[in-house]
Design a protein around this ligand. Structure first.
Ligand SMILES: CSC[C@H]1O[C@@H](n2cnc3c(O)ncnc32)[C@H](O)[C@@H]1O
Ligand SMILES: [Zn+2]
Length: 440
């Protein structure tokens, strides 16, 4: 029989962790890619196809990872205002700096730095909420990564919009511009129940419904938020949002540190998804989200880093490692959030959180070829008894060797191909000098 044509054949992969519903694994096997999608997987597949071949000995393949909550451009504020509570950090450091500097150029440069780090550490899709999302979209078009992008909508003037209505209109225009794009995926981003009125939250929700996009919002991040919302509306955040009708399967709730038992039931019934951001919650001392309880009640939980000013990195492997250990320690139960579940948060569950499970999140035929290869030829990853535990507990994102997005090679031999490192370092220096002036 004649050989079939492929674009790329990844051969001799030590382990392929598909993360599909049966958690199918392959050993010493191949992945075949054509037209940006996975067309075949398995042992000996390399003998059935011809095309560009990449030999992947000493590698583990996993699906491209998904960061379900970040503010990418905040790389330019990495470490700024550290070691302060969320309220002080936002009101005294971050918002003044954003008010002064955030512009198309700031967001473009900050996002390029973020995208470099994300690709380098194996993230192929990120969910963003910030300002000037047109700049984020331009970076995505230049580099080739997937982004679910929302302009942050607040009831007070922001760098991108004077009023919430302007923010909502910008979002509608953005949705119109990018509908049906496989890389720039528009969403709507009302900031939080303590910064948006019920009217703003509802208007934003009608846009989410009309255009069928993700409704991305911070919810129940701190005790301060719970207290504020209770004082203002007589209800806790999830109950309040439920009462105004903005909770559904399209709602993606970042943080969810303080849901009550009843609120977890609401999340489960309404199909609300959660973006768990453990490192940001720890760094800002916000608290520990009851992730095992939410998962047990059927809530889909993805993983997020939040922005790098509150983390302070975009390494998703580091984030799931923190999550897996944090919840074991908190519950005093080592079986809680095992390595497979931790990796699911970064892959299939993350895809479900953004309603893209038919396209990304697993290595399966027909899915986009968003694939990460982790280099295991290093003493710190050997001996290797179990590939899942090795990834979650022993590796970091910097063990990622190769990354493909839509079948295109973005990282090879640990080099990020579409971006220039020295250029990014210059940009980081340029903006630091400006931001430093604020407190002088
Ligand atoms: C509306 S766009 C993003 C907006 O949110 C700010 N922000 C960053 N991290 C957090 C967080 O953990 N909780 C609340 N708000 C956050 C960011 O600085 C922008 O102003
Ligand atoms: Zn956030």
């Amino acid at each position: 029989m004649g050989l079939k044509k492929a674009d790329i054949i990844l051969t001799d992969i030590d382990y392929i962790l598909t993360m599909d519903k049966d958690l199918t694994e392959y050993k010493n096997a191949d992945i075949v890619i054509k037209d940006g999608k996975i067309v075949d997987i398995g042992e000996g597949k390399k003998n059935e196809y011809y095309g560009k071949t990449i030999v992947c000995r000493n590698k583990i393949a996993i699906p491209g990872m998904i960061n379900t909550h970040t503010h990418a451009a905040m790389t330019l504020l990495r470490g700024y205002g550290s070691d302060n509570p969320l309220k002080v950090w936002l009101e005294e450091y971050i918002w003044p700096a954003e008010g002064k500097f955030v512009s198309y150029e700031f967001v473009r440069d900050g996002t390029e730095i973020a995208v470099y780090e994300m690709l380098r550490t194996g993230t192929t899709t990120f969910v963003d909420m910030y300002f000037y999302e047109n700049a984020v979209a331009d970076v995505i078009k230049k580099v080739g990564i997937r982004g679910v992008l929302s302009t942050g909508i607040l009831d007070f003037p922001t760098p991108g919009a004077k009023t919430p209505d302007e923010g909502i209109q910008k979002t509608v225009d953005f949705i119109e511009e990018y509908k049906n794009n496989a890389f720039v995926i528009p969403a709507i981003g009302p900031h939080a129940p303590y910064t948006c009125s019920p009217d703003t939250l509802k208007k934003a929700y009608s846009v989410a419904e009309k255009y069928d996009v993700v409704y991305h919002i911070h919810i129940a991040e701190t005790e301060f938020e719970v207290k504020t919302v209770k004082e203002k509306y007589g209800k806790t955040p999830v109950e309040h949002l439920d009462s105004i009708g903005v909770l559904s399967e399209r709602t993606l709730a970042a943080h969810m540190v303080y849901p009550s038992e009843n609120e977890i039931d609401i999340l489960s019934e309404k199909g609300v998804k959660v973006a768990h951001c453990p490192e940001s919650n720890l760094k800002l001392a916000s608290g520990i989200a009851p992730v095992p309880d939410m998962i047990q009640k059927g809530v889909t939980v993805g993983i997020g880093t939040d922005g790098t000013a509150s983390n302070d990195n975009l390494d998703i492997i580091g984030e799931i490692s923190t999550a897996a250990k944090l919840h074991k320690g908190f519950k005093k139960d080592p079986t809680v959030l095992n390595a497979k579940e931790a990796l699911l948060m970064a892959t299939r569950w993350g895809a479900q959180a953004i309603r893209m499970e038919d396209k990304i999140g697993t290595i399966e035929k027909g899915k986009f070829a968003d694939i990460v290869l982790i280099d295991i030829k290093d003493p710190h990853l050997n001996p290797l008894y179990d590939p899942y535990t090795q990834i979650v507990y022993s590796s970091t994102g910097f063990d990622v060797d190769t990354v493909l997005v839509g079948g295109e090679i973005k990282v090879l031999n640990k080099e990020v191909i579409p971006l220039d490192k020295d250029y990014l370092l210059d940009k980081a220096r340029y903006w630091k000098e400006k931001v430093d002036q604020i407190r002088k």
